[in-house]
Design a protein around this ligand. Structure first.
Ligand SMILES: [Zn+2]
Length: 269
């Protein structure tokens, strides 16, 4: 996990598009999958903004203490743990909102290509059982958001222990504790990017499998930031029941850490 990977480029959306002429050559289902992908970037930016506000709280909380007084560390840790439980209802709300927005966007993109489907297929997609996926995704958001302050608390404890063990000066230890805010912000960015994509992929998969889809076409963001291993997957057909393993991680398009790729479901005729 290199910090540069956490960068959110505001120009991401336009760069996700392929050149206009090749886009025109695609069928309209492909276009609607792409425009849905662009809308997902908007949800991701909003989610990033919200998660960063937790990282900011963590930073402010740590900075409020005299960090050169090493006896204060347990107090900082318990303050961060308390913040984790205070932030829980907010995390539930923010997580629910993100999942609902992704589900709405996902549904719109399905119905944008509804003209290609028969009535029966449309009705089936509308009745796809996505409730379980949504509940699991919401619970995961609460776990991840509250882990921002609890992992910061752990880091403060570890840094202090390590600093003392290695004989660092108090100001060196406090400088290292201060970095916790930056680490938390990076985690917030990574969570926002990964979770929006993962939620979108899981919902797409639930709907697609419900109507008998066996797999999808892997589409990358199409820019220079795409990892070589993901670039090699572009355009390939992937079965829902056998996600590939890329760079040691197994998952579908959009569901891997920091992955901006997405799925274009292949529907049965
Ligand atoms: Zn990717």
């Amino acid at each position: 996990m290199q910090p540069s990977r956490y960068r959110i480029d505001p120009r991401t959306c336009p760069s996700c598009l392929r050149p206009q002429n090749s886009l025109l050559a695609q069928d309209r289902a492909g276009q609607s999958a792409r425009s849905a992908h662009i809308r997902a970037r908007k949800i991701e930016r909003e989610y990033t903004r919200r998660l960063r506000s937790v990282a900011r709280q963590v930073t402010d909380l740590i900075r409020g203490f005299d960090l050169e007084d090493l006896t204060i560390t347990p107090v900082i840790r318990s303050a961060l743990d308390r913040y984790a439980s205070t932030v829980r209802p907010w995390a539930e709300s923010v997580g629910r909102l993100m999942v609902a927005e992704v589900a709405r966007r996902d549904e719109r993109s399905w119905f944008a290509q509804a003209y290609r489907m028969g009535r029966a297929l449309r009705d089936e997609i509308a009745s796809a059982p996505i409730g379980e996926v949504m509940r699991e995704r919401q619970a995961e958001q609460v776990r991840l958001i509250t882990s921002l302050p609890t992992e910061a608390a752990q880091r403060v404890g570890e840094v202090t222990r390590e600093g003392i063990a290695k004989g660092w000066r108090a100001d060196q230890i406090s400088a290292e504790i201060m970095k916790t805010g930056e680490v938390t912000k990076s985690r917030a960015d990574l969570i926002a990017r990964t979770e929006v994509g993962r939620t979108s992929t899981l919902l797409t998969q639930a709907r697609a499998e419900h109507v008998g889809s066996e797999g999808y076409k892997w589409i990358t963001a199409g820019d220079s930031d795409v990892r070589a291993s993901h670039k090699a997957m572009n355009g390939k057909f992937v079965r829902w029941d056998s996600p590939p393993t890329l760079d040691g991680l197994t998952g579908h398009a959009g569901a891997l850490p920091n992955c901006r790729c997405f799925c274009e479901p292949v529907l049965p005729d």
